[in-house]
Design a protein around this ligand. Structure first.
Ligand SMILES: [Zn+2]
Length: 433
């Protein structure tokens, strides 16, 4: 279940992910900046030491460690080296998937057992400059991550390092050479579809329109093969903002693949960009059948909350309620949490409430998180996926906002939209029953 949902989450947000997961925390002037700089310096020294320890470990074992904790104590005597000074919790990664099983570690290790296969394949494309260990604790307006590469280089980058290969290779020109070389070595490796749009962006940056056009033409002839081809072409054309041309191509694609969700939501996106909100909405609805549920009564469920009490939607009649499908391992869900808490605190007295439905693997992960983060609303641990199945949830976050009469307002009530929808819904009085 976890793997499927993670993929769905990534696919569903591929366009907005760069903006969606960068909660920039800008340090204030003076002392703050000085402390911030000092922490980066200490963190950099930690990464250098970790890099050396990994080298030593490899010499002895002939392979990378499974986790950074394997370095301690033999190759990394001081366990504090695994703690970033900006990490206020003293040994916690930002993404729980990276959590070291043996000891407190602030750093995201990119080569642990669950990542290794994927990262090894990626390394064939990007080479040894790609990140091996990452610190995500310094996020500010200049950069998101401090990275130690496979070749022990330290550099700053965005969360999605693939989106700025110039950070890895040092210049636009060097990045172009490296990516062209990678494509030449793996011409048919479609897994690395992000290489093409990045190349287009880099070509445009250095004014090489000829190469950009040549690549686009090649992908165009490739696109008609299957949906993956269209996905690749779309990502490339988005970089060039040629929306009229995209519309033509994707209307044709719709003929070829009627009702294909990946084509339909891309058409919605293109219409939005062209300012045609009406058709954008038509295609949004076609792409996601759940829009049909808006304004309709949400079927009730019966479950047991974490305190062992029965819980159902019926209990919330007369309130505006957010039925929030989430998990501790879902980075986007965790990013939303501070905002969710604020909206809850602001409107709970006026009749707003939240029911959390957790898709975590273990109840303990959920209990630990809500205790540590002081989450006040009730939670259901959906270990058997019964609510996930009942509501047809295919990816998270899936926040269903339900009005005072039990009707669905939106199944995507998140981010900036949530508060406005809640305020609007609270104005309505419930119907008499
Ligand atoms: Zn750090």
């Amino acid at each position: 279940m976890k793997a499927i949902l993670t993929v769905a989450m990534v696919i569903g947000s591929s366009i907005t992910s760069v903006n969606a997961d960068t909660p920039a925390e800008k340090p204030n002037e003076g002392l703050m900046t000085e402390q911030h700089e000092k922490n980066i310096e200490i963190c950099t020294q930690n990464l250098v030491a970790i890099g050396k320890a990994i080298e030593a470990y490899k010499k002895e074992h002939g392979d990378f460690p499974e986790w950074l904790s394997d370095l301690h104590p033999k190759h990394l005597a001081d366990a504090n080296t695994l703690i970033c000074p900006t990490d206020e919790e003293g040994g916690k990664t930002i993404f729980s998937l990276n959590t070291d099983p043996k000891m407190p570690v602030s750093y995201g290790y990119q080569f642990h057992p669950e990542y290794r296969k994927e990262k090894s394949a990626q390394r064939e494309i990007y080479g040894d400059v790609m990140p091996l260990v990452r610190c995500r604790h310094h996020t500010n307006e200049d950069f998101d991550c401090l990275n130690l590469s496979f070749s022990s280089k330290i550099y700053k980058s965005s969360h999605v390092w693939e989106s700025t290969p110039e950070d890895l290779y040092g210049s636009h020109e060097a990045a172009i050479t490296a990516l062209e070389d990678a494509l030449a070595r793996h011409p048919d490796n479609r897994r690395f579809f992000e290489v093409h749009p990045q190349l287009i962006r880099l070509y445009t940056k250095v004014g090489n329109e000829q190469s950009a056009n040549a690549l686009i033409e090649r992908l165009k002839s490739d696109a008609t093969k299957d949906l993956d081809g269209y996905r690749m072409l779309f990502d490339v054309l988005v970089m060039t903002e040629r929306y009229e041309e995209m519309l033509e191509i994707f209307k044709a694609a719709e003929q070829q693949h009627p009702d294909a969700e990946p084509i339909l939501w891309r058409l919605a996106y293109i219409y939005k960009k062209l300012g045609n909100t009406e058709l954008a909405e038509v295609y949004d609805r076609k792409a996601d059948p759940k829009y049909e549920l808006w304004g309709k009564s949400v079927p009730d469920f019966s479950a047991t909350d974490l305190d062992g009490n029965p819980i159902s939607l019926q209990d919330y009649h007369g309130k505006v309620v957010l039925l929030d499908f989430w998990a501790v391992w879902c980075g986007f869900c965790i990013d939303e949490m501070p905002d969710l808490k604020r909206v809850y605190d602001t409107y709970k007295e006026q009749g707003f409430d939240i029911i959390g439905v957790s898709l975590d693997d273990t109840e303990k992960e959920l209990r630990d998180y809500i205790k540590e983060n002081d989450i006040q609303w009730r939670q259901i641990f959906d270990g058997e996926d019964s609510l996930v199945r009942q509501y047809g949830i295919r990816g998270i976050p899936a926040p269903w906002l339900i009005d005072r009469d039990g009707k669905l307002i939106s199944h995507k009530a998140r981010g900036e939209d949530l508060e406005g929808l809640v305020v609007e819904a609270l104005k309505n009085k419930p119907e008499d029953r």
